[in-house]
Design a protein around this ligand. Structure first.
Ligand code: NAD
Length: 364
């Protein structure tokens, strides 16, 4: 099998701590499954700014371009607030996303039954939740022209344009149908076709794409109803696909249903499935350097990378099973600990140790 390249970007704050544990898991799974992966660690974000004067150095971008997949910890921190806007760590993130044309954002919301009490919803509504939101990331109202604030008839007017090309809708729809196929084969497309022409086109194209995926059940919801359904009965969903703006709001709402930010991975993919994988949380400067951050979102990002870019579903399942096992066995980092006597509160390294032990035992 040919070698596949992974670029690892630890970043800032808790980034290096959580990446250290995810890298142990990646190395282990690479060996046990003979995946032939090579890894290269590069400077990115504030760490790169401190050393090179820019958050996205040319050699980091070149390595990312050349890689099959990228594993990111997190970037940012208050020490960079005073830096010029174009040199802040977040600019590096936007730069990578646009340079690599990562248009499909995958945001799973999963809740292990044992963690159901962390949710703001009743346990029975969310225990075992496992849904995936596929959000269009590089088009729509966040990028549409014209945009601006101008004087009209003696007062200021703000305006943006929600615009989607047929090709942009088609490629995100194809990606979402492919993902639904790898999961429960149910896809819900979210739009506002009763009011917006851009949504009318969205729905038309999604229905057209569905003709190539007769094995996937397609449904449609208006975004206001989708928001209600997410709160009322979130377990009804398998995969949801939606535009940039609607996805921004719905994916945060879905993540918060789980109540555990340190548990959720994410991915951003290009048209060929190359992707950047990262936890949904930031660099958590308030706990950085203390070895207490939960590394599970980053470890689960490795599992997503194996499933969605490297086409190694068995290796991905092994990691997911090991994480389920450590949760079942009661291991908790501080962010998900409740103080119950059945729990063992552990630090970042100890959580990594627990996942490694579960992997080695082949726990399901
Ligand atoms: P944050 O996600 O970093 O932290 C929010 C809260 O969640 C904090 O209390 C933090 O301690 C906690 N938390 C986050 N991850 C955790 C983990 N793995 N284990 C335990 N607790 C965890 O969000 P913020 O505080 O708003 O942002 C901090 C910095 O991160 C900012 O500079 C922001 O720009 C940046 N940021 C980066 C990314 C990214 O790298 N993709 C995403 C969001 C925010």
């Amino acid at each position: 099998m040919s070698t596949r390249k992974i670029v690892v970007l630890p970043g800032d704050g808790i980034g290096p701590e959580i990446i250290a544990q995810a890298s142990r898991v990646l190395d282990e799974i690479n060996t046990t499954h003979q995946l032939n992966l090579t890894t290269q660690t590069c400077l990115f974000g504030g760490a790169a700014y401190d050393t090179t004067g820019t958050p996205l150095p040319d050699d980091t971008l070149a390595a990312c371009r050349d890689a099959d997949a990228i594993l990111l910890g997190a970037i940012g921190g208050p020490q960079y607030d005073a830096a010029p806007r174009e040199l802040r760590p977040e600019r590096g993130l936007l730069g990578i996303r646009s340079e690599l044309k990562l248009f499909a954002n995958l945001r799973p919301a999963m809740l292990y039954p044992e963690l159901a009490s962390a949710s703001s919803l009743k346990s029975e509504l969310v225990a075992g939740l496992d849904l995936m939101i596929v959000r269009e990331l590089t088009g729509g109202i966040y990028f549409g022209q014209p945009r601006g604030i101008e004087e009209r008839d003696g007062e200021r007017v703000g305006f943006n344009t929600m615009v989607y090309k047929e090709s942009e809708i088609r490629r995100i729809a194809i990606r979402a149908f492919e993902i639904a196929r790898q999961r429960g084969s149910r896809l819900c497309s979210v739009d506002k076709a009763n009011v917006l022409e851009v949504s009318e086109l969205w729905r038309e194209i999604v229905i057209d794409v569905s003709k190539d995926y007769s094995d996937v059940e397609l449904t449609h919801l208006y975004v206001d109803n989708a928001a209600m359904q997410l709160i009322k009965a979130p377990k009804q969903f398998d995969v949801m696909v939606t535009s940039n703006l609607f996805g921004d709001v719905l994916s945060d709402a879905a993540a918060m249903l789980t109540g555990s930010i340190g548990m959720l991975p994410s991915a951003s993919l290009d048209k060929d499935g190359k992707g950047m994988y990262e936890p949904i949380h930031g660099s958590a400067p308030d706990i950085a350097g203390q070895n207490v951050a939960n590394p599970l979102a980053t470890i689960l990002s490795v599992a997503m990378m194996l499933r969605y870019t490297l086409n190694e579903p068995v290796a991905a399942s092994d990691i997911e099973s090991a994480v389920s096992a450590v949760i079942r066995e009661g291991y908790r980092c501080a962010d998900i600990a409740t103080g119950a006597t059945s729990e063992r509160t552990v630090n970042t390294t100890e959580m990594g140790d627990a996942v490694m032990a579960a992997l080695n035992k082949g726990e399901q």
